[in-house]
Ligand binder design. Structure first.
Ligand code: 5GP
Ligand code: MN
Length: 342
C-alpha cells in the first residue's frame, strides 16, 4: 500500500464515516472473517458500518461474532441498495472484480463512492480508488486485514479477541489449515499475534471443520467412490455432481466446500477440477500442485480466475458438454502437466 494512500485513508477515517463492506458471492471463511474484523475495528473508531454479502454464508461460519448482522442481498436487496447509496466509503474484501458480487454488481459499479480494495487475488480490476492488494506473499485477505489495522492504520491496540478469532478463521480456511499458500514467515507472525490474544485455536478448528451433517459426509463418500475420474495420461482428476445428486444428499450451502482438494491428494495428480450443476450454470473449482497455473486456465477457458493453485470458473453449457470441453482442453496442456517437477 502506497504511503500516500495510507495518509489519504487516515485522513478520511479521522472523522466518522458511513462504511459499506462488500464481500464476494458464496462467501467463505476469509471473506466473512476479514469483513467482521474490519467492521469491529471501524466501529471502535466511531464509524457506522454494514457488511453486505451477495448471498448467504455457510452454517459452519454462523458461530462467528456479529455474523448475524451481515446483510444478505438475496434476502434483502433493498437494504443493501440503501447502505451502498448512503455510504461515503466502500471497502471491497477478498475479491477484485465486480462480477464476483452477484446481485450487488450493478449497485457497486454504479456507485461513485470512494472505493478501497483489500484483497489477495491476482490482477485486480482498475476501478478502485485505493488498492491494498498482494497476491504473491499473502495467505488470505485476513492476513492483509491484520497488517492494515495493526500497521497501516496504527490500530494494533484495537485488535480484540473476537477480531483475532475472525482473522484466524480466514487464515486457516484459505490455507487448508496452514498446508498451502503459507510459505511465508509473515503468515506465521500474524498467526502468532492472533494466538497471543488467547483465542482457542482447537475450538475454532472444531467449529469450522467438525460440524458436518450426516448427508454432507455421505456426499463426500459418494464423490470419492462414484464420481472421481482419473485421467492418468494428463496427471489430472475431476469430480462432478449434478443437481439430482445435490438433491439426493439434501445439499445445504457449504456442503461441497473442500471436496475439490481430494482430487489433488492422489500422489500422481497435479491438476483437478470439481464441477457442480447449479440452476443457471455449471460452477467449477480448479486446484493444482506446483507450476500449473489454474488462474490462467480458469480465466482463459471458463470466465473465472483466482490464484495460481486455486481458482474457480463457470460454464453456461450442460454438464456433459462442459466435461467434454475440459477433457479436450487437457490435450493442449499435456506436456505442461507431465513435465517433471519437485
Ligand atoms: P473456489 O474454488 O474455492 O470457489 O475458489 C478458489 C479461488 O478462486 C478463490 O480464491 C476464489 O476467490 C477464486 N474464484 C472462484 N471463482 C472465481 C471466479 O469466477 N472468478 C474469479 N476471478 N475468481 C474466482
Ligand atoms: Mn481469500
Amino acid at each position: 500500500m502506497k504511503p500516500k494512500d495510507i495518509c489519504i485513508l487516515k485522513q478520511r477515517l479521522s472523522i466518522p464515516q458511513k462504511i459499506a463492506i462488500v464481500i464476494h458471492y458464496n462467501p467463505d471463511g476469509d471473506a466473512i472473517g476479514s469483513a467482521l474484523a474490519l467492521k469491529m475495528f471501524f466501529q471502535q473508531n466511531g464509524h457506522q458500518v454494514e457488511i453486505l454479502s451477495p448471498n448467504d454464508f455457510p452454517s459452519y461460519l454462523s458461530w462467528m461474532p456479529q455474523s448475524e448482522e451481515i446483510h444478505i442481498a438475496t434476502k434483502d436487496l433493498n437494504s443493501c441498495r440503501r447502505f451502498i447509496e448512503q455510504a461515503n466509503m466502500i471497502f471491497c474484501l477478498d475479491f477484485n472484480a465486480f462480477n464476483r458480487v452477484g446481485l450487488l454488481e450493478p449497485l457497486l459499479s454504479e456507485a461513485k463512492t470512494f472505493k478501497v480494495l483489500i484483497d489477495h487475488h491476482i490482477d485486480p480490476m482498475p476501478y478502485f480508488d485505493i488498492f491494498y492488494s498482494d497476491s504473491t506473499n499473502t495467505s488470505s485477505t485476513c492476513e492483509l486485514i491484520y497488517h492494515f489495522i495493526a500497521e497501516k492504520m496504527d490500530g494494533f491496540c484495537y485488535i480484540t479477541k473476537s477480531m483475532a478469532e475472525c482473522l484466524y478463521v480466514g487464515i486457516i480456511t484459505d490455507t487448508g489449515s496452514l498446508s498451502y499458500s503459507c510459505n511465508n514467515p509473515s503468515t506465521y507472525s500474524v498467526v502468532s499475534a492472533l494466538v497471543a490474544h488467547k483465542i482457542d485455536c482447537e475450538q475454532i478448528h472444531r467449529l469450522v471443520y467438525d460440524t458436518f451433517s450426516e448427508s454432507r459426509i455421505r456426499l463426500l463418500g459418494y464423490c470419492l467412490s462414484q464420481r472421481l475420474h482419473i485421467k492418468e495420461e494428463y496427471a489430472t482428476s475431476f469430480i462432478f455432481l449434478t443437481k439430482k445428486d445435490l438433491q439426493d444428499f439434501h445439499y445445504q450451502q457449504g456442503d461441497t466446500e473442500g471436496i475439490v482438494n481430494y482430487g489433488l491428494s492422489i500422489k500422481t495428480i497435479r491438476f483437478t477440477a470439481f464441477f457442480t450443476e447449479r440452476d443457471d450454470r455449471i460452477r467449477i473449482s480448479f486446484r493444482s500442485k506446483g507450476n500449473f497455473d489454474v488462474n490462467s486456465f480458469a480465466r482463459k477457458h471458463f470466465n473465472g480466475g483466482g490464484h495460481k493453485n486455486a481458482s474457480g470458473g463457470n460454464s453456461y453449457e450442460d454438464m456433459p458438454t462442459t466435461i467434454a470441453k475440459f477433457e479436450t482442453l487437457l490435450t493442449q496442456y499435456q506436456q505442461e502437466l507431465l513435465a517433471p517437477w519437485d
